[in-house]
Design a binder for this molecule. Structure first.
Ligand code: SF4
Length: 491
């Protein structure tokens, strides 16, 4: 069986996050191996169509934004062979995907039970929950309940399927789902109800849970955590194979083993986080590697947890803000407000943790006033952060804003422009400094140069004449800053 990793390839050329190896394809491979199949992951760029045999079953793992590349790929495969094509990952949250792409089956949401059931039924999807398929017409089976037994997450450890595994950020799943079961109040017409103020599983108006732009709570449910023992077992296996950078993957790392699974408020589980990160630090030292966390909710982040994280990890924190306007935050269902983000980035700075903050432009509810407040807020957090990441709003299937179009005005572009300007200013702080970089791959245009990444984040560094150092950690002196990357020379 072949699993084609199309994650983040967009329309076919993966330009951003080239150093990321997501957890999904290894999860699928693990399930297949678990029931006795031989499977191989092939990154999209490495797939040679001539090698596909007609008896192969082809799995495609992709995000919604990879639609174009997946459509073309499936067309090409179908021209060559009648292999069965099964599509999964966030792209399959669109229940009508098979009307647009010629695949045979989609797996909607979590694969652990659905795929095992499909295998038991020799890939006949009839009545298999969580699938869609063609049988003269498009059949959409009912969705599957969320996975409660997380011991069924059995990822394959064979990371060597990816040729860049020694320099890439390899994602290890820690938490599945998200605790933000508030609702986007922009959609709520019930002025008397306040059920979702702190998070609720049931909304009388059936508004999808979570931030309006996000599909995680609808697709993956409330936050559940894998056991520490299983997480550490996976990390050890990856490090033993030569992985140098691991990300503890979670929609919000601070949801790890929290008591409140569907409310974003309340306490973090400090003991569980301390224990996991302490063991991670020991492993990182033993294998001369780096282990990082990623997303944290600003409202759950405080000095106590910052102290624990900074004691054990050399990591960047990724904090969602999305809008700098408090009322707009409420309308889109955010668990935290701009004031929480400001407090969080100040704490991060105090504990020497780098912070990157996310914003979205073109969101439903955005207007001149909210955009102005967002721009002002970006300037306010500038002294405490390492980067701003801005995304254009995309209506995601299964999110509550699925039926909205991007609301793009000159004010939206002001948000984008401000982010780029601030990023350039921040990057200039690096000029003249010597930093440790993992040199990952040849530069796509200048063949003598290489592209590398900072060890504690995904910040990109173009290493001049760096080709000969690919796969190594090097001290690099930064000579120039660009808004999206740094430029440097090995010292
Ligand atoms: S639970 Fe639903 S109806 Fe009640 S306030 Fe929240 S969004 Fe409105």
């Amino acid at each position: 069986m072949i699993i084609v990793d199309c994650l983040a390839v967009g329309d076919g050329k993966k330009l951003l996050t080239r150093d990321v190896i997501g957890a999904g394809p290894r999860t699928v491979k693990g399930i297949l191996e678990n029931v006795g199949f031989k499977a191989k992951i092939i990154p999209y760029e490495d797939l040679a169509l001539s090698k596909i045999k007609k008896e192969d079953i082809i799995f495609i793992s992709a995000m919604t934004s990879d639609f174009k590349a997946v459509k073309t790929l499936v067309q090409k495969i179908k021209l060559k062979t009648d292999s069965k094509i099964i599509i999964g990952g966030p792209i399959a949250n669109d229940l009508y995907l098979l009307e647009k792409i010629e695949g045979d089956i989609t797996i909607v949401g979590e694969a652990e039970i659905t795929l095992r059931e499909l295998i038991r039924k020799d890939f006949n999807p009839e009545k298999v929950k969580g699938t869609t398929y063609w049988d003269d017409e498009l059949k959409i089976n009912s969705l599957r309940e969320i996975l409660k037994d997380l011991s069924l997450i059995t990822p394959s450890y064979e990371i060597e399927d990816y040729k860049n595994y020694k320099s890439a950020r390899v994602y290890v799943e820690v938490v599945r789902g998200c605790s933000n079961f508030k609702r986007a109040l922009l959609l709520c017409k019930n002025k008397k109800c306040s059920l979702c103020k702190e998070g609720t599983l049931k909304c009388p108006l059936n508004i999808n849970p979570g931030c309006g732009f996000c599909s995680v709570p609808s697709v993956f449910g409330y936050a559940r955590s894998r056991d520490e023992e299983k997480i550490l077992e996976e990390i050890v296996e990856l490090l033993r194979r030569g992985v140098k950078r691991i990300v503890l993957s979670a929609p919000d790392f601070l949801d790890y083993k929290r008591e409140k699974q569907f409310s974003p408020y309340g306490e973090v589980n400090y003991e569980a986080i301390d224990s996991l990160l302490k063991n991670c630090k020991d492993l990182a030292e033993k294998y001369n590697s780096n282990i990082m966390i990623e997303n944290v909710k600003a409202n759950l982040f405080n000095e106590k947890v910052a102290k624990i994280i900074s004691k054990y990890l050399n990591t960047t924190l990724y904090i969602g803000c999305e809008t700098g306007d408090k009322r707009h935050s409420e309308l889109i269902g955010r668990p935290s407000y701009p004031e929480d983000v400001l407090r969080a980035v100040k704490i991060a700075k105090k504990f020497n943790l780098k912070a990157q903050v996310y914003f979205i432009y073109g969101l439903p509810g955005e207007n001149k006033e909210t955009a102005k407040n967002t721009v002002e807020f970006m300037h306010k957090i500038k002294p405490y952060i390492d980067k701003i990441t801005v995304y254009r709003f995309r209506p995601l299937p299964m999110s509550s804003f699925y039926n909205f179009k991007p609301n793009l005005t000159k004010y939206s572009y002001l948000i984008k422009k401000t982010a780029n300007k601030i990023n350039l200013e921040i990057k200039k702080r690096y000029v003249g400094k010597v930093i440790e970089v993992i040199v990952a791959e040849e530069h796509l245009k200048n063949k003598e140069d290489a592209v590398g990444y900072l060890l504690d984040s995904g910040l990109m560094v173009v290493v001049k004449k760096g080709k000969k150092y690919i796969g190594q950690k090097k001290k690099v002196k930064i000579i120039k800053a660009h808004s999206k990357y740094l430029e440097g020379v090995v010292v």
